[in-house]
Design a protein around this ligand. Structure first.
Ligand code: NAD
Ligand code: UDP
Length: 329
């Protein structure tokens, strides 16, 4: 009998790639999503697969899955700063109430649960590169606090279930990850710059562009998550690509992908935007024998191909997603 895995956030960017990976490994996958930031088209290719089923559900409400479960991967949560600034309360709820529901489900089913944490738990870091032992520098009441603190709470309640109930838990701290199926208009820097290049617009760099990020291709991220789930390590593990670049240099790299004469235009730096970010991945290397294999050039080329294949309508639908249908009155 194949193992059964529940993946929340299945219609999102990372969740849909995880569904593909677990299906390819021979698991029975149950995807769950409420489509608040995701899109059904990300999993449409799986709908006729007999090993895949889908439940439309908001995980902040009680989660009921009949039958046995071996693993739960909790990936439901807005992940783009613009998304979580627009739906701050949903963001807090999915990280707290949603995680509580999924931990309860894992306990009831004696399943192992992996939760998607983030480099944002380090806030605007004062330690560089960031090691798992760094406690972080987060503004609890700033606009990004809704995401950062929900994720920090998520880690705390997960460790409490591990210590108090003996639940098998895994925590991945994901650093900026990119690739096909990101939403073109989700506001994150890679889809934003790619959309601008494809529409022939200037690239919007926030601040002076000296802030840094380190971008990990999705296939590498999925491999790290897969290995972590199957490991026996319950403390948090950083998974990301340590090759760091400033946002200004990155914009220039992306402009080089286009034949137009685009330039950089500067916009205000968002409040609490971290000034530097680079994962220390020594632990993942040692524990999981994992390190990223896809360099930025190859990963960006694959991602550019994906965005280049979008229809004109999708390309010009640049306004941000309308969340009004999802917000309870
Ligand atoms: P995404 O927005 O593409 O996917 C998130 C999915 O969760 C969406 O399909 C959305 O509809 C769903 N969702 C949100 N709230 C829900 C709810 N209450 N009930 C059910 N479904 C809900 O984002 P992503 O980049 O795929 O991120 C996935 C996870 O990975 C998130 O937990 C995020 O915090 C984490 N993460 C991602 C990155 C990254 O670089 N992509 C970095 C750090 C952490
Ligand atoms: N950014 C930018 N222009 C954009 C979108 C983002 O300069 O059009 C910057 C943003 O201020 C941040 C970095 O790019 O410094 C990465 O932003 P993103 O939203 O992708 O993720 P973050 O790492 O901040 O969560």
């Amino acid at each position: 009998m194949s193992k059964r895995v529940l993946i929340t956030g299945a219609a999102g960017f990372l969740g849909s790639h995880l569904c593909d990976r677990f299906i390819n490994e021979g698991y029975e996958v149950i995807g769950m999503d409420n489509f608040i930031t995701g899109d059904e088209k990300n999993i449409v290719h799986l709908r006729s697969n007999p090993n895949f089923s889908f439940v439309k559900h908001d995980v902040t409400e009680f989660v009921d899955i009949p039958g046995e479960l071996d693993y739960i991967l909790h990936f439901a949560s807005p992940a783009s700063p613009i998304d979580y600034l627009k739906i701050p309360i949903q963001t807090l709820k999915v990280g707290s109430l949603g995680t509580h529901n999924l931990l309860g489900l894992a306990k009831a089913k004696s399943a192992r649960i992996l939760i998607a944490s983030t480099s944002e738990v380090y806030g605007d870091p004062l330690v560089h590169p960031q090691t798992e032992s760094y406690y972080g520098n987060v503004n609890t009441i700033g606009p990004r606090g809704v995401y950062d603190e929900a994720k920090r709470f998520q880690e705390s309640i997960t460790m409490a279930y591990h210590r108090f109930h003996g639940l098998e838990t895994r925590i991945v701290r994901i650093f900026n990850t990119y690739g096909p199926r990101m939403r073109l208009n989700d506001g994150r820097v890679i889809p934003a710059f790619m959309g601008q290049v494809l529409r022939g617009e200037d690239l919007t760099v926030f601040g002076d562009g000296s802030q840094t990020r380190s971008f990990c291709y999705v296939d590498d991220q999925v491999e790290g998550i897969y290995r972590l789930l199957l490991s026996d390590y319950s403390d948090p593990v950083n998974i990301g690509n340590p090759h760091e670049i400033s946002i200004k240099d990155f914009a220039e790299e992306i402009i080089a992908l286009s034949s137009d004469n685009q330039k950089i235009v500067y916009r205000d730096l968002p409040v609490d935007d971290p000034m530097q970010r680079q994962p220390d991945i020594s632990l993942a290397k040692k524990l999981l024998n994992w390190e990223p294999k896809v360099g930025r050039k190859a990963g960006m080329a694959k991602t550019f191909d994906y965005f280049s294949g979008l229809s004109e309508e999708e390309l010009y639908k640049s306004e941000h997603k309308d969340f009004s249908n999802h917000i309870k009155k």
